[in-house]
Design a protein around this ligand. Sequence first.
Ligand code: DGY
Length: 429
Amino acid sequence: MTAPHLLDLARALLRKNDAGPFTKPGPRQYPHQWNWDSALIALGLSHFDLPRALIEIRSLLSGQWKDGMLPHIVYHDAPSDYFPNPAFWQIENSPNASVFPTSGITQPPLLTTIVRRLHARHSIPNFIGKVYPSLLRWHRWLHTARDADNSRLACIIHPWESGTDDSPRWLEVMESIRLQEVPEFRRGDTLHVPAAERPHQVDYERFICLIDIFRRANYDPTALLARSPFLVQDVLFNSILHRADEDLRALAEEFGQPTGEIDSWMNDLRANFNRQLWDDSHGLYFDYDQRGGASIMINTAATFLPLFGGLASPEQAKRLVEEHLQNPLEYAPNENAHYWLTTTSQSEPAWEARRYWRGPVWIILNWLVIEGLRRYNYTDLADLIQRDSLELLARSGFREYYDPRDGLGCGSIDFSWSAALAFEFQEGV
Ligand code: DGY
């Protein structure tokens, strides 16, 4: 398939998934507005319909909570068979909640980086003036309401907040959670996607038990920091946050806004990130389990995100790339896995080629790693992964994730961010 044709298909898909104020990440599997999906969808839309891209962002921000939290799902008015539905979250018991139906947790803060990119490409000062205060409030919330140890690192309280829901790096922490009574629920995620490609039932029950704990605490941020059994400083989340802080700061400077507060978040986060999350003996970044007081020593592609965030030194970057990313026993293509980039190192016992975040190729991870490699001047490798990603999209269509062994598309069909990122791979550099 030629590249222009691929972009025609990508445009048609984003149009097809357009639900008015927002774009569905996947037509049946994800029929509402997801936070980081929406940021990438806006980036994709901006290649052919900038006004619609800006609507996408304003709609997402319409779900912002009074305390600044930007939820991981905004439901708008779209009835569906998706679970958890708004009634399950019970956000109305929180004094901070949005007036719109939303979930009660957040997701990786990619939005500011995308907003700045749109401004750099299209010059949208009026739009920036309108959204800047909301972005600042979200960043402030992340650096305070989610700061468990005064480090300015944000903690996540649920695997869904990592965006990499059933990554093997959450297994041990999740297993340590004593399952109280599991609330009654019926999974919706296996209605449209085979169960073998979705999280195991036991993991799903723990996801739901965590939500039950949060809703019982009325989503009070202080109570959640004190009580959530899942409390993790995530490498991926904080790398994206640091990059977003950089972008927020650049906007602040351009628009004559104060930068001191953002500078102090960035300085503290950078120092604490490398002190707490870098493991020199392995040459890898590992997440930190705040509740258990220990590093989570599982090797996943999240370890490359400090390249995207600009948090690694050149020496750290060299180790990540040469010892791990290019290692066929871990991430590089080999006789078993033919496509860049498995989301979990193949050396991990929990690696699975087709199950959600246990190992398949995800286009978003490829894009984040490509961006990070370009930042550190690993241009040839970035080009290689980019070509490989385009080949996968052309061969198997816009799917949620791909089996790295044969490129087979898995998970949701017609997946919006895979279409959106085709534009970045083809036109964005
Ligand atoms: C799901 O339903 O699997 C989502 O990833 C939660 O955000």
